[in-house]
Design a protein around this ligand. Structure first.
Ligand SMILES: *Cc1c(COP(=O)(O)O)cnc(C)c1O
Length: 374
């Protein structure tokens, strides 16, 4: 049996997807590439829920975050960065690096940004843009992006730039209905695919901002991507194996359907939370905003988080993630996005129970982990 990889990305891929990734190379300036690009963008579109062009960028998710910033902002722009964890911090740092003036609103890790809070914050200054994370992978919190965007639009008019890297394809996104101006995601999270491809879309306002933008960009210049895409080409040599993989993964996702996929993620998330609680463990996130793609569990007092992850890895071949940044030693994170196998979840929690007991944690002894539908 292969390693039980339960981290929030990269996520395990179906065997057919891995097989597709090993296909022979093609000419990325030829007609077969144009067809591949067309299949991918039309397969991805229903998950973005946008009529806008979807650009495929060969990069990890951070590349698409950078693309969203350098194409829509200018040095000196006034930017509000709502951060509920380390990916929110990263968004603000990218904008700063390119010369934006970034006001950070740091919400306690484990909590979500609420519409009221964000609407209040955007009125405190004249902001050109709002940077916000849809699903904060470092804390297992999902911000109610649709409601936040609606509340913001009632009082102000910043560009709304959204990191949806660990939500898109797994948690509902309605880019056009919610009036979002830039949305980005990446292949290795909810898309049943390996790392290598990031996806980005800009609204009409986002494209207008791109015309004005004075931030430098070359590799991530989305206007260049757009001009080439019109000819069915990428501007630069693309990550073909990841594109082949997505070409095999998208029909599976489309077959299952967006609503069914979102429901499946909700079910695994809710099961993961009950399994953790049944072991006597506390969750980091406020349950109202708990993520459907990743769950953060608090390491019990007096116990070493890394000792448990090491034991899981070495003795059970189960890989879970620790925390990031300031939460590094105090939480574990379990990913439940993409390709989800019930027996692997059951195995993960039974291994976690054994590892906890082996590390001297008694409340877990004899605990009954619920069945996945129970
Ligand atoms: C994974 C992730 C990213 C991007 O990380 P990469 O390693 O660059 O792909 C960005 N934001 C969030 C919320 C993520 O989960």
């Amino acid at each position: 049996m292969s390693t039980n990889l339960r981290i929030p990305g990269p996520t395990p891929c179906p065997p057919e997807v891995l097989a597709a990734a090993s296909g022979e190379m093609i000419n990325h300036r030829g007609p077969e590439f144009a067809e591949l690009l067309e299949r991918l963008t039309s397969g991805i579109r229903p998950f973005f829920r946008t009529e806008q062009e979807i650009m495929i960028i060969s990069a990890s998710g951070t590349g698409a975050m950078e693309a969203a910033i350098v194409n829509t902002l200018s040095p000196g722009d006034n930017v509000l960065c709502i951060t509920v964890g380390s990916f929110g911090d990263r968004f603000g740092t990218i904008a700063e690096r390119y010369g934006a003036v970034v006001a950070r609103s740091e919400i306690e890790w484990g909590e979500a940004a609420t519409p009221e809070l964000v609407a209040g914050l955007v009125q405190q200054d004249d902001y050109d843009a709002l940077l916000i994370t849809h699903n904060e992978t470092s804390t297992g919190v999902t911000n109610p992006i649709g409601e936040i965007a609606a509340a913001v639009r009632e009082v102000a008019d910043p560009l709304i730039i959204v990191d949806a890297v660990s939500s898109l394809g797994s948690i509902e996104m309605r880019m056009d209905d919610w009036g979002l101006d830039a949305v980005v995601t990446a292949s290795q999270k909810g898309w049943l695919s390996p790392p290598g491809i990031a996806m980005a879309a800009l609204s009409e306002r986002g494209w207008q901002a791109a015309e004005r933008s004075a931030m430098p960009s070359f590799y991530f210049d989305l206007t260049t991507h757009h001009d080439y895409a019109e000819r069915g080409q990428p501007p630069w040599t693309p990550a073909l194996p990841t594109m082949y993989a997505m070409d095999a993964a998208l029909p599976m996702l489309i077959d299952e359907g967006a609503e069914a996929i979102y429901a499946r993620h909700r079910r695994f998330a809710s099961w993961t939370r009950s399994a953790a609680k049944s072991l006597g463990l506390e969750l980091l996130a406020d349950e109202q905003y708990a993520s459907d793609t990743v769950t953060a569990v608090k390491v019990p007092n007096g116990m070493s988080g890394p000792a448990v992850t090491k034991r899981l890895r070495e003795q059970h071949d189960v890989v879970i993630a620790g925390g990031q940044g300031k939460l590094a030693p105090s939480i574990w994170r379990i990913g439940h996005l993409g390709y989800l196998d019930e027996s692997e979840f059951a195995a993960c929690f039974s291994a976690l129970q054994q590892a906890l007991v082996a590390e001297g944690y008694s409340p877990a002894e004899g605990a009954i982990i619920p069945g996945i539908d129970g």
